[in-house]
Design a protein around this ligand. Structure first.
Ligand code: G4F
Length: 332
């Protein structure tokens, strides 16, 4: 049985990746923030039933350098997926130092902890389309120059350079996924797609009356998180390590997310959406759209779910969850 290690096990990507690995008969170890209750998190269902004995959860603060160094020799994974990091770009403007430290030093500590093992595992590092900032070319690929415009993007550029350097200098099998936006019903509610699908569902049920948003004209290359974790796994199965852009290759605006989510429930979003200038960011990347040709060619990877289908699925999931919560909360 192969053994994999995931930082950020209870996140959107960590939980889907754990499912994928368990379905392929792996034993999975992963970290969650100390204080997280795994049973009530996104991995709760994996800790009960047939997969229970193959998942081990470690409460670990990755800002604490010694923790990982001490844990890894005991686990001895063959594959290591580093997914834990602050992921909200807007918040990285409010706390740039904390965001850059957690993202940049977090990846550096992982690289160093892995490198010092007698048998270093294959390593996946998550990077982001934010590294391209306002690129001169669209779509972007693995050769596009890095030009970030956000603290988050700067930190991810550092991670991308680290992966390239440690591969070259130390000969580590390290792959860097340059991931464009990827969503799902498990997406955090602070991200715009989920904020919208949840609000549409809540408005439909009469639980919410308005929705405050920032820039409605922003465009993103939105894909499905389940496709993106499959790409992570494929990278570590390839004969050689490398960097891969993982993207759908199409952009849509925030307005289009509103059209699909509210339209799916028979609502006109114009009646409910308010503009909140506090949700506008000091800087936005432009024309971020990815060319995943290399992943298609080398990994045989392709996205399986289209934008509108994904947003409709998220809206349905939010409607079902809110209905269930209302049912539970209702007095007998
Ligand atoms: O959903 P978002 O917050 O995602 P963003 O900033 O593109 O970042 C996500 O994708 C990156 C690329 O893969 C990741 F690296 C990162 O970790 C994260 O997963 O915002 C999308 C767009 C932005 O242009 C934002 O300005 O939506 C716009 N927006 C408009 N109103 C809003 C809102 N975003 C949020 N979060 N909340 C709003 O009310």
């Amino acid at each position: 049985m192969r053994r994999a290690f995931i930082t950020g096990l209870a996140g959107q990507d960590g939980s889907y990746l754990a499912e994928l690995l368990l379905a392929r008969d792996y034993e999975v170890h992963g970290t969650v923030r100390p204080g997280t209750n795994p049973a009530t998190s996104r991995i709760g269902h994996l800790l009960a039933g047939p997969t229970a004995g193959r998942v081990t959860v470690h409460g670990l603060d990755l800002n604490e350098p010694a923790g990982l160094r001490e844990l890894l020799p005991a686990v001895q994974p063959e594959e290591f997926y580093h997914l834990a990091a602050p992921s909200h770009v807007g918040q990285s403007f409010e706390q740039p130092e904390a965001a850059c430290a957690a993202i940049g030093l977090g990846a550096l500590r992982v690289l160093e902890a892995v490198r010092r093992l007698p048998r270093p595992p294959r390593l996946f590092l998550a990077s982001s389309s934010e590294i391209f900032g306002r690129p001169k070319q669209a779509p972007q690929d693995e050769e596009t120059p890095l030009a970030p415009v956000t603290p988050y993007g700067c930190a991810m550029a550092f991670v991308t350079h680290l992966a390239r350097a440690w591969r070259l200098v130390h000969g580590l099998f390290v792959c860097c996924g340059i991931l464009y936006n990827h969503e799902s019903p498990r997406r955090g509610e602070q991200f715009v797609t989920r904020k919208i699908t949840r609000a549409a569902a809540a408005i439909k049920l009469g639980l919410q009356h308005t929705l405050e948003l920032g820039n409605l004209d922003a465009r993103r290359d939105w894909g499905d998180a389940r496709d993106y974790v499959r790409a992570m796994w494929l990278m570590l199965q390839a004969p050689e390590p490398g960097d891969y852009v993982i993207a759908s290759g199409q952009t849509h605006s925030v307005r289009e997310v509103l059209d699909v989510a509210f339209g799916h429930l028979g609502l006109d979003w114009v009646r409910y959406v308010r503009s909140d200038p506090r949700l506008l960011r000091p800087a936005e990347p432009h024309t971020l759209v990815g060319n995943a040709a290399r992943a298609r060619r080398v990994l045989n990877w392709a996205p399986t779910r289209a934008f509108a289908e994904l947003i409709r699925e998220m809206t349905d999931a939010d409607l079902a969850a809110l209905r269930a919560a209302r049912f539970v909360a209702a007095p007998a």
